[in-house]
Design a protein around this ligand. Structure first.
Ligand SMILES: [Zn+2]
Length: 429
C-alpha cells in the first residue's frame, strides 16, 4: 500500500501487551487506514521511515478501552428522548462520544434500560454501529446498542420500571413489535431473563439474527440458565447484581462459571461492575478465579456520570441521588447504576484481584472484543486491528500497595484525540 500523505506514526519507548507480558516494543500505526501496521515490514521491506515518532517515556500503550454497558454520561441519558426529539437526541449522543473518549473508552455499547416501545423506536436509529464512518473527531464509537430489557423478570427489576416490563410469549414478533423491525440492525446485544414465557425462543431468535444475548435481571435457576446458554446466550449481565445468589443446592446463574465443558459448550462471558459499591472485592476475586477468560469490566454508568452531586429527576417520575460515584433511587435507596469511569474500575480490579497488568487490561480490551465477535479488530495491538489506543501511566497511590491507572493520551483510528498534558496546560490558562 502506498502512502501519499503524512500518516505513519511510530510509538517508541513504550510497553505493549503481548500475551500475558508487558514488553518493550515499538508500534506503528497509520492515520489513513486507521489501523495498526507491521513495523518490521515497513522498515525492512519498504525501507520507509515513519512520518512521526512518539516517545511515550516508558508508559503502557494499550488497545482503547471498551465498555459494553454505558447508560449515558455528562447529563445525557440514552433512554430519554429530549423535548426537541431526534435533533436533541442526536446532538446528545455526539456530545457523549466526544467527551467519553477522554476517559480512554474508544468504543462502547450505548445501553437502554427497560422502556416502552416508542422510546426504543426513537432512540435506536441513532445508536447503531458507526461502521464505515471512521472519523476520529467524532470521539468514542458505538459498536451497536445494548437493550437491557424490557424482557426482564419483574422480581429482579433493580431500578427498571416494572410497568414497562414485557414477556416475549410469541417469540420474534414480540421482539420486533417492541424494538422495531428496522432497528434490529442497530442492536448488538440484548439482556433478558430466559425463564420468562418465550424466553428461550427469544434467545434463539435474537442469536439467529446475530444479536448477542446476555442473561440478566433474572431469577433463572442453574438449569434454566444452562438452557439459555445452550440456546445461544453468550454473556451474563452484571454478575451477582439483580439475580438469585449462589445457593449450595441451586448455584443459580453464577453456577455457569463452574460448569464443566461437558455440560456446557462454553462458559459465558460475564460483566462485573468494579466500582466499589455494587460488589465486594472478594466476590469479584471469586468470579475471576472461576473463569478469568470470561470477565469483562463494565461501568453500568448513568447519565449522571461526570455531573455534580445532588438529586436529579430520572425517567418515569423517579429521582436519583448522586453522591460521588454512588447513585441511589430516592424512593427506596436501591443502587441505581454507577457514575464510575472504566479506567477507575480497571484500577480497582488490579488492586483487588492482584491480576497482572496485562490480565487486567484484557478485561476491558481483548475479552469484550472477543465477546462482540471483534477479535483482531478491536482490543488488539496486532497488525490490521483498528488503531484505537490509550497511553496509560500506572501510578503508586501511596495507600498500601494500591495503584492507579491515569489516561495520558487517547488515539482513535490512528490520530491523537486526547492528551492530558495539553488538557492540563489548557486548564491553567
Ligand atoms: Zn441492570
Amino acid at each position: 500500500m502506498r502512502r501519499t500523505q503524512s500518516s505513519v506514526t511510530k510509538f517508541t519507548n513504550c510497553l505493549l501487551i503481548r500475551g500475558n507480558e508487558l514488553v518493550e516494543e515499538d508500534l506503528w500505526i497509520s492515520s489513513v487506514s486507521g489501523k495498526i501496521l507491521n513495523g518490521q515490514e515497513i522498515l525492512y521491506g519498504e525501507r520507509v521511515a515513519p512520518d512521526r515518532i512518539v516517545d511515550l517515556g516508558g508508559r503502557i500503550l494499550s488497545p482503547g478501552l471498551i465498555d459494553v454497558q454505558l447508560n449515558g454520561a455528562y447529563g445525557f441519558d440514552f433512554s430519554v428522548i429530549p423535548e426537541d426529539g431526534a435533533v436533541g437526541y442526536s446532538k446528545g449522543v455526539h456530545r457523549v462520544n466526544r467527551q467519553l473518549i477522554a476517559t480512554g473508552v474508544t468504543s462502547y455499547l450505548p445501553t437502554l434500560t427497560s422502556q416502552p416501545p416508542e422510546v426504543y423506536q426513537q432512540a435506536l436509529p441513532f445508536l447503531g454501529p458507526s461502521g464505515t464512518h471512521r472519523n476520529p473527531t467524532y470521539g468514542s464509537e458505538s459498536l451497536g446498542a445494548h437493550c437491557e430489557g424490557p424482557f426482564l423478570n419483574p422480581s429482579k427489576n433493580g431500578i427498571h420500571n416494572t410497568t414497562v416490563l414485557q414477556t416475549a410469549s410469541h417469540g420474534l414478533p414480540d421482539l420486533t413489535a417492541c424494538y422495531g423491525h428496522s432497528n434490529l440492525a442497530s442492536m448488538t446485544k440484548v439482556t433478558l431473563a430466559p425463564e420468562l414465557p418465550g424466553g428461550l425462543e427469544a434467545v434463539k431468535a435474537l442469536t439467529g439474527l446475530g444479536i448477542i444475548v446476555s442473561v440478566g435481571h433474572s431469577e433463572a435457576s442453574y438449569e434454566e440458565a444452562r438452557e439459555a446458554v445452550k440456546a445461544g446466550a453468550k454473556m451474563i449481565t452484571h454478575l451477582f447484581n439483580a439475580m438469585e445468589q449462589l445457593h449450595h443446592r441451586n448455584p443459580g446463574i453464577f453456577g455457569l462459571l463452574g460448569a464443566t465443558s461437558s455440560s456446557l459448550a462454553s462458559k459465558p462471558y460475564f460483566g462485573i461492575i468494579a466500582d466499589g459499591i455494587h460488589l465486594h472485592p472478594t466476590s469479584i476475586k471469586i468470579a475471576w478465579n472461576a473463569h478469568p477468560e470470561g470477565l469483562i469490566l463494565v461501568t453500568d454508568a448513568m447519565a449522571l456520570a461526570g455531573m455534580p452531586d445532588g438529586t436529579y429527576d430520572w425517567t418515569n417520575g423517579s429521582r436519583i441521588i448522586k453522591s460521588g460515584s454512588q447513585l441511589t433511587l430516592e424512593e427506596n435507596g436501591r443502587i441505581a447504576g454507577s457514575a464510575a469511569q472504566l479506567v477507575d474500575c480497571l484500577s480497582n480490579f488490579l488492586n483487588w484481584t492482584h491480576a497482572s497488568v496485562p490480565e487486567a487490561l484484557k478485561a476491558v480490551t481483548e475479552t469484550p472484543a472477543k465477546m462482540l465477535g471483534l477479535e483482531g479488530v478491536k482490543g488488539s495491538l496486532n497488525e490490521g486491528a483498528d488503531a484505537d489506543l490509550v497511553v496509560l501511566d500506572l501510578q503508586e497511590t501511596g495507600v498500601g500497595e494500591e495503584k492507579k491507572f491515569i489516561v495520558e493520551q487517547v488515539w482513535k483510528f490512528g490520530s491523537k484525540v486526547f492528551d492530558r498534558e495539553i488538557e492540563m496546560a489548557g486548564d491553567e490558562n
